[in-house]
Design a protein around this ligand. Structure first.
Ligand code: MG
Ligand code: MG
Length: 377
């Protein structure tokens, strides 16, 4: 119903000779004929945006046993009788491409598509014009995606792994002993060699490849940790594994983690799952349910990159979290003073209030070490 209403809005917003088509999903293409300048295309995009300024009103069928007088949570207007009316605000990302003489329709559509993805990447609700460099970027990204697909398939087929798990130690500031280690994945690209996780993890998340890859990393990390010797004071060394938002959306995640613990024989209390602050803070009720279910396995949860998002204290209290990880910027700032130090101090105070443990990332010198230790990190 929303797509139909949006299509109508678009049809009203274009000129008589223009063509509005839906390509599939929520993608529309609009062919503007006799456009000579970029400005004309921009004006058309602006008309589409203003057409979308008004909410789209759709009538939803009334669910059979819906209780009446339900809370009006999303600002919807409950209709009477058979269906309920709902106001939905729609945003669009627009890619603009001008046809050049001799160019076929397929190339024109592809260029507009590339520009639309560039607009999306910039943040939603924007319009961008196609440029040649976007095409190069899109191709590079596409190649990376394809290579990642092949590498993950190889991994699943049990061949020689193009991925490796490395461990970064987590050290107790008072005893200087390694208490845990964070598992980090590396990709040995068949042609390019080692590729930075900053480059391929976002691709793995967008494509969903992070789901099998993440499960593999978890299995490797838990298997490795299960074989580690005790530390010098006879305590067991824990292992931290990053869990992406995409993995948390999987209905099977709790069973998957339980399965890995059973398979590797790692005691659940030795495992910490790290989830970034931005993931913890979105989609609250579902995320909360998943995190609670994970906690029942007996493991620990850490909020990763803490201090980069917008967590509120009251919000954070609802989450079954054990550890806050101070982002490297916080650790960097602590010894230099200024905002970074204030941030780190605030985080440590929050952690103290909520009785959480803190881990600071990337401590590299003695001044950071002593400041953080002094603050109870
Ligand atoms: Mg982490
Ligand atoms: Mg981190």
């Amino acid at each position: 119903a929303v797509l139909c209403r949006v299509a109508e809005c678009f049809q009203h917003a274009v000129r008589d000779g223009d063509t509005v088509a839906r390509l599939g999903g929520d993608e529309f293409a609009i062919l503007l004929e006799d456009v000579r300048t970029v400005d004309e295309a921009d004006a058309a995009a602006a008309r589409l945006y203003s057409a979308l300024m008004l909410p789209v009103t759709v009538t939803l069928p009334q669910p059979g046993a819906a209780p009446s007088g339900d809370a009006d949570r999303d600002g919807t207007n409950e209709g009477r009788g058979a269906g309920s009316e709902r106001e939905i605000f729609v945003k669009a990302s627009v890619g603009i491409a001008l046809a050049t003489p001799g160019e076929d329709a397929e190339a024109l559509l592809r260029n507009a598509d590339v520009a639309m993805y560039a607009a999306k990447a910039r943040g939603k609700g924007q319009a961008m014009h196609f440029e040649r460099s976007m095409h190069e970027q899109a191709l590079t990204r596409l190649r990376l995606e394809e290579d990642l697909r092949v590498s993950v398939a190889d991994l699943m087929n049990g061949g020689e792994s193009p991925f490796a798990v490395v461990f970064q130690p987590i050290v107790a500031l008072d005893t200087h002993r390694v208490v845990s280690a964070e598992a980090l994945v590396r990709w040995n690209h068949p042609r390019r060699g080692l590729i930075s996780p900053e480059e391929f993890i976002p691709v793995a998340e967008d494509t969903g490849l992070i789901v099998p890859l993440g499960l593999w990393v978890l299995t490797q990390a838990c298997a490795a940790a299960a074989s580690w010797p005790l530390s010098a004071d006879d305590s067991e060394i824990g292992v931290s594994v990053n869990l992406s938002g995409r993995q948390l959306q999987e209905a099977s995640i709790v069973d998957d983690v339980r399965g890995v613990l059973a398979l590797t024989g790692l005691a659940p209390e030795r495992l910490t799952l790290e989830i970034t602050e931005s993931v913890v803070m979105r989609d609250t009720s579902e995320t909360l349910d998943q995190l609670r279910a994970l906690k029942t396995l007996g493991l620990r949860l850490a909020v990763d990159d803490f201090g980069t998002g917008y967590s509120s204290l009251s919000y954070l209290r609802q989450f079954p979290v054990d550890v806050l990880k101070i982002d490297k910027r916080g650790s960097d700032g602590i010894a230099r003073g200024g905002d970074g130090a204030a941030l780190a101090r605030t985080i440590l105070a929050v952690a103290d209030t909520l009785q959480l443990r803190t881990v600071a990332e990337g401590i590299e010198d003695g001044a950071q070490h002593s400041s953080l230790r002094g603050l109870g990190c």
